[in-house]
Design a protein around this ligand. Structure first.
Ligand code: MN
Length: 260
């Protein structure tokens, strides 16, 4: 396909020249898993036309893989591009890239333990980014990975009161990564969330259950004051559920492939 065929929607994209220096190719299995993650996140209601998922390069820890600018449900293996931590694509061949790729770049830079990063606008989560008196907290045994409380990134502190709320450069990406700190999830006020995991599968699991937790917490708050998981309950339940993730992944895969 010609480069110009990928130039659609320029107001929401960046066309960036490749930095070059192509290194070792990532494993085919990694790309396959990343493509599937894109499809699962759509099917499970985490992303729609927007949102993205990335994985750290398996042979170059200073690089990551992320789709070109497109809806996650439509991503195929040929759409996966390689980026450095400054957000430069190394093999885009002129194809448009996500404007918010700096989220992934700076989180991978700041968090050597992060192997996958998911940014979404999943709808049940956004209200918790808006109401400071009602922070997102783990409410059931499936979402202990949220920890005691989820940090909330206020972009006004870094971009003033007239920004588009998007993470459009390395400076804003680094500020978001600082708010995330050592947590697994950070909310972004009026925007969405960013989630990390030690694998694609675990990051997808966390993204799905962050949205589930937000729905449950909103429902509980309508009834009264919820009883949240303690720090110990969150920690122990998160460790136990991590061993069960393939059970969910296998099911989500079938559903994303239209077999269920
Ligand atoms: Mn966004």
């Amino acid at each position: 396909m010609s480069a110009s065929a990928h130039g659609e929607g320029k107001s929401f994209t960046s066309l960036v020249a490749d930095k070059g220096g192509r290194g070792e190719a990532p494993g085919a299995g990694l790309i396959e898993e990343l493509v599937l993650a894109n499809h699962i996140l759509f099917r499970e209601g985490v992303v729609d036309g927007f949102g993205h998922v990335s994985v750290r390069h398996d042979k170059r820890p200073d690089r990551f893989l992320l789709a070109r600018n497109m809806a996650p449900a439509l991503v195929g293996p040929d759409d996966i591009l390689e980026f450095d931590f400054d957000g430069n694509p190394v093999n885009s061949n002129g194809r448009a890239v996500y404007i918010e790729r700096f989220i992934h770049a700076e989180v991978f830079r700041a968090r050597p333990d992060a192997m996958a990063v998911i940014h979404s606008h999943s709808p049940a989560v956004v209200p918790f980014s808006l109401v400071k008196s009602s922070p997102l907290r783990p409410i059931c045994h499936m979402s202990g990975f949220l920890g005691e409380e989820v940090p909330n990134f206020e972009i006004r502190d870094h971009a003033g009161d007239s920004s588009d709320l998007l993470i459009t450069n390395s400076r804003l990406g680094a500020a978001l990564a600082k708010t995330l700190g050592g947590c697994n999830c950070a909310l972004m006020r009026g925007h969405g969330s960013t989630i990390v995991g030690p694998s694609i599968r675990e990051a997808v699991f966390r993204a799905v259950y962050t949205e589930v937790n937000a729905r449950l917490q909103s429902e509980a708050l309508r009834l009264g004051e919820p009883t949240y998981l303690t720090e110990g309950e969150a920690r122990v339940s998160a460790a136990n559920i991590a061993s069960q993730i393939n059970r969910a992944w296998d099911f989500w895969r079938m559903r994303a492939e239209g077999k269920l």
